[in-house]
Design a protein around this ligand. Sequence first.
Ligand code: SAH
Length: 254
Amino acid sequence: MNAKVWLVGAGPGDPELLTLKAVRALREADVVLIDDLVNPAVLEHCSNARIIPVGKRGGCRSTPQAFIHRLMLRYTRHGKCVVRLKGGDPCIFGRGGEEAQWLRERGVKVELVNGITAGLAGATQCDIPLTLRGVARGVTLVTAHTQDDSSLNWQALAQGGTTLVIYMGVAKLSEIREQLLAGGMAADTPVAMIENASLPYQRECRSDLTAMEEDALSFQLKSPAILVIGAVAACATSSLWERGLPAMTADQSA
Ligand code: SAH
């Protein structure tokens, strides 16, 4: 029996950013449940799978999570190999953890396959190194959207000295800006907003913490987009490279 569920990350959009393991899972699949942030071009790797769209974009008509769970269970009980294909990485704001647990509790064999998460891909596509010696010693991935309205520790984020990568932030720009300013982040902190990262119609808008909301409005920034906030977000567009970074000094490059 090959009955199992592969929880697979399809990456940010560019089909070349798919992993070889994801390709193998797609080849083996009898059924593929595909989220709507996944580029359907990756389905070319399927041999003979039944494709079922189960998108859940915020604000749109969505497939209830419980239904998706039951669907995966039903197919595996019929001995099928199911690929649950998600945008980016399945476990970065992708419910991969929840789904794996739910299935394992019911005795279903589950295998998780990494994908390149949108935040990493978006930054790289714009030549932004998320960590950079002497500039950013860490990176924090955050979602601006919660279902339970729990609040983030904005002060810690504002003062943590790491690059912030914010997912699902397009509708929350005003709150993000205000909270980070109130938390003590410098008003001129560089911001990059990257829409449709890695796709041919990718767009990027560079700004800073003070102007980000206004700039996003005139740019007509739309979801899906990620925000990169921190000194590194000025890379490739501004003087940050030209000034000569601390990371470029001889002793650090040794
Ligand atoms: N599991 C996904 C994230 C899903 S949450 C991952 O690892 O990438 C959905 C959010 O991801 C979107 O609101 C947006 O913030 C971000 N996102 C997904 N694909 C994107 C893309 N191609 N470009 C920019 N942001 C993207």
